[in-house]
Design a protein. Sequence first.
Length: 441
Amino acid sequence: MAPRLLADITPLRVSPEFRRLWWGAGLASFGSQFTAMAVSLQIHDLTHSTLAVGLVGAFALVPLIVLGLYGGSWIDRHDRRVVALIASVVIWAATIAVALQAWFHFNSVWFLYLLIAIQSGASAVNQPARSAIIPRLIEARLMPAANALNAATGTLAMMVGPLLGAGIVAGFGYQWAYTIDVITFTAALYALFRLPSILPDLANPGPDGVVPEAPPSGFRSVLDGFRYLATRPNVRMTFLVDMAAMVFANPWALFPAVATDVIGGGDTTAGWLTAFIAIGSTVAMVLSGPLGRVRRQGLVVLVMVTGWGLSMAGFGAVLLMAGTTHPDHTKIWALVAAGVFLALGGAFDSVSSIFRNTILQVATPDAMRGRLQGVFTVVVSGGPNLGRVLAGAGARGLSPLVAGPLGATAVLGGLVCAGAVALLHKTAPHFAVYDAKHPEP
């Protein structure tokens, strides 16, 4: 029985191109987690402000939206390998600049915001290009397994990366955390370089039987993507439910303050809080074997996103019980209790992510995948950035009103997320009966 529970590695066996892409992206994920943790800690160290940490999301959001949307049209008009390579080189250069500012002790929050914006804009092109490439390397029946494998490396990086990143910052400084990111990202560049040319497929009809046309250029192409999305309720729901989770129930901007004001332990605790989410995700991915047999994928997404919201509300309840005392030692009971809820949330989120990706990739024609993946990247990456701003501002706004603003922010956000999912289900009930064997966009 055990092999059926474990993750299906068939995509790695049947496709050398996917295998290289998977390894490269996996290594790069570890480095990017080092940078994400180090940037949050460095900005908090420079400003002592949760709002300043939350503003990382605001500066990443605008380029993410603009280039995520326009990048999708480039992906559907040009060689996807070339588009991904160019975007990756820009990310690599920006990461080098982040490392250099730390090595030379530039210590400018505004310069960090600028580099984050550049990384975000390039990632908004790179990620949808990679996602649009994968269905050309793997057959449709293996897409849940391929997405589970991608999620596994991402979540493992989230589990180990923040802990190692925080440890490297504490022991050696920000510059080493950033430098490791530069080195590991080179593996992702190599994997892309080894791919064959991958041009959009304009010859075959999509799941709805429509033969695609060559996309127009510029803003018209972006509008075409939104027109398609407006007429495809199942695909649209994959975006909306993720927005509900990441905008309303996003705890990451709270972690540095939670680590100093509520639980104690400083940078190490902040790393553990992030890692707990990844631990839950990793366990779910290791046991993801049965997911390939799930047909009611939309229903599972709704249940999982609701579970995420309720888990974040539970995390907030732990913070309220712990109080705000600026402890000089770690409150172990609060760290463990918070970790249980964060790990549950991570498991729910990772399963939701697998099926949201699979529905989008399988139910969308190849010629439209770049634009839809661009919108998806805006939602998946932009939602958390907006959520960080909302959480940081919410904690600050609630500070004069309640004794535990950090906990109150998490509880309120989690309950709003669960309520939003229920409302979305009422407005689009057909999503709950989406059938993986007969995909309808």
